[in-house]
Design a protein around this ligand. Sequence first.
Ligand SMILES: Cc1cc2nc3c(=O)[nH]c(=O)nc-3n(C[C@H](O)[C@H](O)[C@H](O)COP(=O)(O)OP(=O)(O)OC[C@H]3O[C@@H](n4cnc5c(N)ncnc54)[C@H](O)[C@@H]3O)c2cc1C
Length: 316
Amino acid sequence: MAKIVAIAEHRNGKLTDATLELCKAAKELAGALGAEPAVAIMSKDDTLAKEVAKYIPLVLSVTNAALEGYTADGYTQAIKAVVETQDVKGVLVPHSYDGVDYAAKVAMAIGAGIVSNCNKAAVEGGSVVFTRNTYNGKIQEMKKVNTDKFVATFEKGAYDMEAAGGAGTVTAVSADIANVRTKSKGIIETMAGAVDISQAKIIVSGGRGCKDADKYKDVIVSLAQKLGGEYAASRPVVDSGWTDPARQVGQSGKTVAPDLYLAAGISGAIQHVAGMKGSKCIVAINKDPEAPIFNIATYGIVGDLFEVIPAMKEKL
Ligand SMILES: Cc1cc2nc3c(=O)[nH]c(=O)nc-3n(C[C@H](O)[C@H](O)[C@H](O)COP(=O)(O)OP(=O)(O)OC[C@H]3O[C@@H](n4cnc5c(N)ncnc54)[C@H](O)[C@@H]3O)c2cc1C
């Protein structure tokens, strides 16, 4: 049976949330196509293959010393081996830094069409139709590939994470991996204490309405800590040096999709919204009832953030 194969992503010995989201995507798409869902995982051994088997019935495990750290050459050769031996119709890739690095190379290597940065895939008349945002999310475009096989990258939060529960089969796939032109020497955090807000479940984000660095810290940082979440910011806050660039959300910052995104003193410019619209629940606090952020908010509070947030903290 043809397979829809999601590519697992892992860092520091752990599967990323994107892997679990793509397990869901592979199951949904395979179900609609009458295909078999699977995950392919590249690693130096099969420890994580057993872990991912809790989420999907079939895991295709490529183990090789050359796959100890991520490289585009290594992943491309390994995925090509999976596609050539396993009757693969579609390859689903996280739209992450690594994913966008290797996805197009894989598409070239297997002769497949590629659609990047998708937020949905549906089957219409037997063909897969991919949906992706364009013009900073102002419009959505629908795309099909003209090839038999496809590669698609999916943005963070496009699918809910699959819950663990099953006990899938792990099948070894052998791949000759040669001529790897780069070597991964480890991951260096770009700045001391830098966080990956894209993995946070709760984000409290502050905008220019926070007025200055001290007030931003007083209201936004402290509320995030109280909620056990991460704090984040719009671009003017980062440009003003109130917090570090790793915490910027938006087109030129990070894309996040937490369970809760609380936006305080943020107007909701399209470039900011592009990075957080996939959040499951959006709470906006703004003193301007016409602020565009209210158009996408699940709950909107029209008010002064310096009154609303202290009241929230008191309740908490
Ligand atoms: C190429 C490009 C890339 C960009 N990338 C990004 C990006 O990645 N991320 C990003 O955020 N922006 C980005 N921008 C900038 C973006 O266009 C907006 O300028 C920015 O998002 C506005 O930030 P803000 O909402 O904090 O500020 P503002 O638009 O100035 O809004 C401040 C809001 O605070 C409210 N407010 C003020 N005081 C209070 C108060 N006391 N209580 C409650 N509400 C209050 C106001 O009503 C207002 O709505 C980009 C722009 C360009 C051109």
